[in-house]
Design a protein around this ligand. Structure first.
Ligand SMILES: [Zn+2]
Ligand SMILES: [Zn+2]
Length: 224
């Protein structure tokens, strides 16, 4: 088998333990590099590496002042240099095969959610990139999702400063085609690719909360 990340050969010795398990998509060395978490004291909620002298996480404090916080935040991978490179190859070099690698880390099927909502990508971005970087991963992991939200946002979040983002109005709205999806008392999971300050997912949650779900959790592929 070939590693989907480095394209090196994966040699697996067949034994009783791995005979019936899923074949691996990335080699052991790539797996180690992608799953490594950088050292440092982290916020227990969003897993940001805190600055020295930062007692409580400033990002989470800001979010809790401005928004109704979501219940739990889960990040699959740290944004270490390898993950950063992978995301770049995936989103900007448009190496869509990497969706398969990220899908390998997703285990949503084991959790209990009624509606899984990917953060929407604007039509402009979709045309430019050719694929939605979030739903592509969900598809490949066999996770059913609902494109509940729409956006008109054109600028990339990473191209804007934090204060620009704070000032901006909510870029999301309910997708007109998804009016009949039941949200009241449902367990919702919002999925995004990178969690930076948390503003994007909390904007999305703000819209969904209008329909009073039981709770909203967040899953992101990576924590910046
Ligand atoms: Zn590899
Ligand atoms: Zn935090």
């Amino acid at each position: 088998m070939i590693c989907l990340y480095c394209h090196g050969r994966i040699t697996v010795e067949l034994n009783l333990l791995n005979l019936f398990s899923q074949p691996k998509k990335v080699c052991e060395s790539c797996h180690l590099k992608l799953t490594e978490w950088r050292r440092g004291e982290r916020c227990r909620r969003c897993r940001k590496i805190k600055d020295s002298g930062e007692a409580a996480c400033r990002d989470c404090a800001f979010i809790s002042r401005r928004f109704t916080s979501v219940r739990n935040i889960r990040c699959l991978l740290d944004y270490n240099s390898e993950v950063k490179m992978m995301m770049h190859r995936y989103k900007f070099v448009r190496d869509v095969a990497l969706a398969e690698v990220m899908a390998d880390f997703i285990d949503i099927k084991a959790w209990q959610y009624d509606v899984i909502v990917p953060i929407p990508v604007s039509d402009h971005r979709l045309q430019e990139r050719g694929f939605n970087q979030i739903t592509e991963v969900l598809k490949r992991s066999g996770t059913a999702y609902t494109e509940l939200l729409a956006t008109n946002k054109i600028q990339l979040q990473s191209e804007r400063t934090k204060s620009e983002r704070m000032k901006s109005d909510n870029p999301f709205s309910f997708d007109a085609g998804q009016k009949d999806v039941k949200i009241l008392d449902k367990r919702i999971l919002i999925v995004d690719d990178i969690y930076t300050t948390g503003i994007t997912v909390h904007h999305a949650a703000e819209i969904i909360m209008q329909r009073k779900p039981a709770y909203i959790d967040v899953l992101t592929f990576s924590k910046a």
